[in-house]
Design a protein around this ligand. Structure first.
Ligand code: 1HN
Length: 354
């Protein structure tokens, strides 16, 4: 698309350069010098297919735990920054990832913000996230949401540390210049509004309180916030016992928002998948940059021309439009989240299967 400036008279080239120099201070640029880079034929991304190991991150996180309290830090989190996005605190162009530690007896004070967040528990049992004053008691590999602008605090009244993955849409929200946040004044923890598990009973079993009744207390657009491991794991296991794996996905189940049947939150999609021992996915690429956690098993992932060995506790990134093939040496269970639902809403999402 770039015009062939070599055909120009040398005089004109020099005069063009002069024109550019005159215009630049006025905020004026020639499109023809940039067009091919602005409108690429296929996605171009600075994101690279990095990998982190849980044990390694955990060592640093526990050390941070000795040096700063959850309250002092507001959130004691180590951020997984993509090496291709240095200085951004981002793991993909639109998403953020961090590992958060809550030690026994600690509280992470109540706040709310325009960013949507998911938590995926890596370690611990029985610490909580409270949403609008209702605790979700968290177990290993549970998914817990804090949908945007809902109050949330965390606490750990158990004897063991709890560590979870935080996945947020921070880069996307900042791209739109739409960040708002506030803290709940006067208290660290939101006053308890409902007993733990209330929302799961009311909204998490293909039921909801009848519209117009006072029992219908959660926000209509986003009522559910807890997706226990016990539930998703048994569904995934049942699925894997009932049919052959999909060639590109293996066995995969998406977490949904029951009020829309769509993705869990407006900006973030999340799913779990199981690749049975010996299975290798066919190559696929998609425009949604994705973050994965290896929950069980081992194998390898070919992402573009980089191969990553995978074992339990590995975090890895699949950048937009990089061909991916994943192989399971042992039954391989993954959790993944991406900006797919954002892209679909903007009519931008594409995938290509071979
Ligand atoms: C946040 O609210 C939490 O609530 C964790 O646990 C990480 C990173 C950036 C902005 C808000 C939390 C966060 C965050």
């Amino acid at each position: 698309m770039k015009p062939n400036t070599a055909e120009l008279q040398p005089d004109n080239q020099a005069l063009l350069e002069e024109l550019y120099a005159e215009m630049a201070p006025k905020g004026l640029l020639p499109l023809w010098e940039a067009l091919a880079n602005l409108v690429t034929k296929t996605p171009k991304t600075p994101v690279v297919s990095a990998k982190w190991k849980y044990g390694d991150i955990r060592t640093h996180l526990m050390r941070a735990g000795e040096l700063i309290s959850a309250k002092q830090a507001e959130r004691r989190v180590l951020v997984l920054e993509n090496p291709g996005l240095q200085g951004t605190h981002a793991i993909t162009s639109t998403l953020y990832a961090g590992l958060q530690l809550i030690l026994p007896g600690e509280v992470a004070p109540c706040h709310r913000h325009a960013q949507s967040a998911l938590r995926f528990v890596m370690e611990g049992s029985g610490a909580f996230t409270a949403i609008d004053g209702e605790k979700a008691m968290m177990e290993k590999y549970d998914l817990v949401l804090t949908p945007n602008w809902q109050w949330h605090d965390h606490g750990n009244t158990t004897d063991d540390p709890m560590i979870w993955l935080d996945g947020l849409d921070i880069p996307l929200v900042n791209h739109f210049d739409t960040s708002f946040a506030e803290t709940l004044s006067g208290t660290d923890a939101h006053p308890e509004s409902m007993p733990p598990g209330d929302t799961l009973s009311r909204y998490g079993k293909n039921l909801r309180p009848i519209r117009g009744s006072q029992s219908d207390r959660r926000p209509k657009h986003m009522p559910l916030f807890h997706y226990p491991y016990k539930q998703w794991h048994s569904s995934l296991t049942d699925l894997s016992n009932s049919e052959a794996p999909d060639p590109h996905f293996g066995y995969a189940l998406e977490f949904i928002n029951p009020s829309t049947g769509g993705a869990i939150m407006p900006t973030i999609s999340a799913h779990v998948r199981l690749l049975p021992k010996g299975f290798e996915t066919a190559e696929r690429r998609s425009t949604d940059g994705s973050v994965y956690v290896v929950l069980e098993g081992s194998g390898s992932a070919m992402i573009g021309d980089v191969e990553h060995m995978l074992e339990e506790g590995d975090f890895f990134v699949v950048p937009s439009w990089h061909p991916v093939q994943i192989k399971a040496d042992q039954d391989l269970t993954l959790f993944g989240y991406s900006d797919r639902t954002s892209q679909e809403k903007l009519n931008l999402f594409r995938d290509l299967k071979s």
